[in-house]
Design a binder for this molecule. Structure first.
Ligand code: ASP
Length: 530
């Protein structure tokens, strides 16, 4: 046992001759452990103690391995489960880690995905299965139930040598025949026996007459020598903000919420691929929150598909305000991730912003790593042939060239003035950037420039060299904007994480001007299914 505090009690399996190590069940309550309060079968359901649940599930007695139980006191409907209990569960796993093949958490279905998500971030370097399950109908209520199957199968998944299956070293949910990654899962059905789906990740396994684990989808075991550690108590100062048509008409409601003392972050549940109303007064509420050090996370209301900031101009305003995007993370996982990260002593908003965009426990399909060239990375070019070069800085993050989906240079606070021909063209308050375009003889108001990686100051630019990232065009920019330049190919072919890289921008168009205040690069790295 460790010195980590646990609240609750361990009830050992006292059947003679059971084999060890077995499985530790963490009993928290929920429908799986509920029955009507009164003899009237329609009276409200109440949660019973572990002993009563065990007695109502005689099949457990036929398992040859030990099924011990740690019960939280008292077991609860999952609507009443929260960070305090997440910590108790994590502590129970930590304190008993070496004594069991795996852990089954019996839990109410309502908040199961929150607990699973939170535990996936709390338990670092997990090397054993932690399987959450519950039921829509209890065995204590009806012989026609889903509780018994869910429970018995979860016990087998948590005991890989017994079931003769690969170890699933992650926090997962087994329910209705499906094994799902907990932090990718949503509850989509209030009563069906297949209540859960993971819209952005394939199943970890499927169970019919056999338990089939999809090995390519499961997380790798921790690196050799790394042992389970815990992130400390989750913070409750993270506010979800549900965006709806009309929210912009009364920004004061939002302002009051975002001015809650001690608030650390807001999970902004946006439309579609991450959009929110563009009303300036509404955006100002977020602007001032970010200036006060509140993290702003953009997570979609859509269950399927990603939010991507900083690729297209639609998200430019959010990026400028300082939002960070959660890729294809679920709302529940985003909320629990921020609660867990902000629970760590002394962590800063900037550190959490970095970790939020990084895949920590298989919770999203790509990570975003941002490198900033910082002070002095602006440029002011006028006339063909002028160039501006940043100093070299180390490219941030853990990414591999083969998995770089996109590398986008963002020129912040950019402005562009076109050549005289442009005065006849309608000036557009927007820009278009295209990669790898050939030079045009008559730019018709375009400002044309090219970008190189690691070109020595004064060196002759060579468009056939791998360091050439492409030629790009922009319309004149009449107000300061962020310009997005896709340099994916050059990054994939010439760079690795940790390399020191400079950026050189050349202006090609005569009598044009191009300026920007700072340069940064976002690398979008596809994560494996893990
Ligand atoms: N209200 C119950 C709970 O979440 C529902 C269930 O378990 O299905 O605890």
């Amino acid at each position: 046992m460790s010195d980590i505090e646990t609240v609750g009690r361990v009830i050992a399996d006292d059947r003679p001759g059971v084999t060890r190590p077995g499985v530790l069940v963490i009993y928290t309550g929920g429908t799986i452990g509920s029955k009507p309060r009164d003899p009237d079968p329609d009276s409200p359901q109440v949660v019973v103690p572990w002993e009563a649940l065990k007695a109502g599930t005689p099949e457990i007695a036929r398992l040859p391995f030990a099924v011990d139980c740690f019960s939280i006191e008292p077991p609860l409907d999952s609507c009443n489960i929260g960070p305090v209990h997440w910590t108790q569960m994590a502590n129970a796993i930590y304190a008993n880690y070496d004594n069991y093949t795996g852990f089954v958490i019996l839990h109410g279905t309502d908040t199961m995905v929150y607990t699973a998500s939170a535990l996936s971030f709390i338990l670092r370097d997990l090397g054993k299965p932690v399987v959450l399950t519950g039921a829509q109908r209890s065995a204590l209520v009806s012989t026609r139930n889903d509780a018994t199957q869910n429970f018995l199968t979860a016990l087998e998944i948590a005991n890989p040598p017994f079931a003769n299956i690969p170890v699933v070293p992650e926090v997962c949910i087994f329910f209705g025949g499906k094994l799902l990654r907990g932090n990718r899962t949503i509850k989509e059905d209030t009563s069906g026996y297949e209540a859960y789906v993971s819209p952005n990740l394939e199943l970890l396994g499927e169970v019919g007459d056999r338990i089939v684990i999809n090995e390519k989808n499961i997380r790798p075991l921790p690196e050799r020598g790394r042992r389970l550690t815990l992130r400390s108590r989750p913070s409750t100062s993270v506010l979800p903000v549900f965006v709806y048509p009309g929210i912009q008409d009364n920004p004061e409601i939002l302002r009051a919420q975002l001015e809650t003392p001690g608030l650390k972050a807001a999970v902004v549940l946006s439309f579609g691929s991450g959009n929110i109303p563009t009303d300036e007064k509404f955006l100002d509420v977020f602007r001032s929150a970010r200036e006060r050090g509140i993290l702003l996370a953009d997570v979609s209301q859509c269950p399927r598909g990603p939010v991507e900031l900083g690729i297209y101009e639609t998200s430019e305003a959010l990026l400028e305000i300082g939002f960070v995007a959660g890729a294809d993370v679920t709302v529940e996982a985003a909320q629990c991730k921020l609660m867990t990260l902000f629970g760590q002593d002394g962590i800063t908003c900037e550190e959490v912003e970095e970790e939020f965009q990084e895949n920590l426990a298989g919770e999203h399909s790509f990570s975003v790593f941002v490198t900033r060239w910082g002070a002095g990375s602006g440029g002011e070019l006028s006339g063909a042939g002028e160039r501006a070069r940043t100093r070299p800085v180390q490219l941030a993050g853990k990414w591999t060239p083969q998995r770089v989906d996109r590398a986008i240079v963002r020129l912040r606070g950019a402005q562009a003035v076109g050549p005289p021909a442009a005065s006849e063209a309608k000036p557009l308050d927007q820009y278009k950037v295209q990669g790898d375009q050939p030079a045009v003889a008559d730019p018709k108001g375009y400002v044309e420039f090219s970008v190189y990686l690691n070109l020595d100051a004064g060196a002759t630019p060579d468009e056939s060299s791998p360091n050439f990232a492409g030629r790009y065009k922009t319309w004149p920019l009449t107000r300061k904007s962020t310009m997005f330049v896709d340099i994916s190919r050059a990054i994939r072919e010439t760079s690795e994480a940790g390399d020191r890289v400079s950026i050189t921008v050349f202006l090609h168009t005569a009598e044009a001007q191009l300026s920007w205040e700072a340069a940064e690069m976002a690398i979008f790295n596809r994560e494996l299914a893990q």
